[in-house]
Design a binder for this molecule. Structure first.
Ligand code: B1M
Length: 235
């Protein structure tokens, strides 16, 4: 479905606008997505609601047609770019907490994998919850994680994978941390659409983040638990 040139997004009801944004994301229409986000913000929608109802849901629809061979890589890339433009507008708003930093996280997509929308979303939500986030980007070999851990001394190491072929690489990173004797110094969290709780446990992670909101909650819990353990040990 393509958008007619003269369609005035402002004339649409919230529900119609969100539906139109799903179509615009599908069609990779970056400017329209930015405008849609602006309108919903003006109408008092929270950044989180815009993110989940308009953008993430739109991308889910794109994913279904990508899977079914209706959409192809170039089209999905345009959708991804439109999604990123919308996320760019929401990022500062989600990060605007002013709260003291609750912890530090290094996050990256694993080697062989270039999907970064979910990881970026997690980063944004973590920042919004008061975490300092060091994003090491996509296609990261274990050396990149180790270098970032060494440099930034985070509380949490986060890994993202969207492909069944790349998710096993998470175990390579965790096993290397074990070999180097540093595994237990960090909370390791994993996420990405093909993962699940069992996989997370099998590779030796501390937690599986089903989505960005769950990841934030789990991260807070795990940080609190770590602090309590440190206090108990010191006492
Ligand atoms: Co790709 N791709 N893709 N793709 N792509 C999937 C993942 C796929 C499921 C599509 C499908 O067939 N239905 C499929 C994987 C199948 C499989 O492995 N079994 C697939 C494929 C096959 C491929 C290629 C191989 C296609 C090809 O070249 N023939 C290729 C691989 C490239 C590579 O990585 N080496 C490829 C390429 C691409 C694009 C470049 C076109 C583009 C990526 C653009 C980008 O990211 N900059 C793309 C996209 C956009 C998708 C889909 C459509 C959408 C992914 C997405 O952004 N979702 C995807 C289909 C799908 O997942 N439904 C698909 C929205 C995002 C908000 O959700 O990423 O799940 P998600 O993140 C969530 C949670 O998972 C969680 O929180 C996030 C927010 O709630 N989470 C974490 C994610 N990471 C976390 C890390 C954490 C915690 C939580 O750390 C602690």
């Amino acid at each position: 479905m393509s958008q007619e040139d003269d369609l005035d997004l402002r004339s649409l009801s919230d529900e119609e606008l969100v539906e139109q944004m799903h179509d615009d994301l599908y069609d990779g229409l970056k400017d329209e997505i930015v405008e849609g986000v602006e309108i919903l913000l003006e109408r008092g929608w929270t950044p989180y609601r815009i993110l989940t109802d308009a953008l993430v849901e739109g991308m889910r629809i794109v994913g279904v047609d990508f899977r079914d061979g209706i959409l192809f890589v170039p089209e999905v890339l345009m959708s991804a770019n439109a999604m990123k433009a919308g996320m760019g507008l929401l990022r500062p708003l989600l990060a605007e907490t002013g709260a003291p930093k609750v912890g530090k996280m290094v996050i990256g997509t694993v080697k062989g994998d270039i999907h970064d929308i979910g990881k970026n979303l997690v980063s944004m939500m973590m920042e919004g919850a008061g975490f300092e986030v060091i994003d090491i980007g996509i296609n990261n070999p274990v050396e990149n994680y180790l270098a970032a851990i060494e440099e930034h001394k985070p509380d949490i190491v986060g890994m993202s994978a969207l492909l069944t072929t790349t998710m096993p690489y998470m175990k390579v990173v965790i096993d290397t941390m074990i070999e180097k004797g540093i595994r237990d110094d960090y909370i390791v969290m994993v996420g990405g659409a093909p993962l699940n709780e069992e996989f997370s446990q099998a590779v030796g992670a501390d937690a599986y983040g089903r989505d960005a909101a769950v990841t934030v909650e789990l991260a807070k819990e795990l940080i609190a638990r770590k602090h309590n353990q440190l206090v108990a040990r010191a006492g």
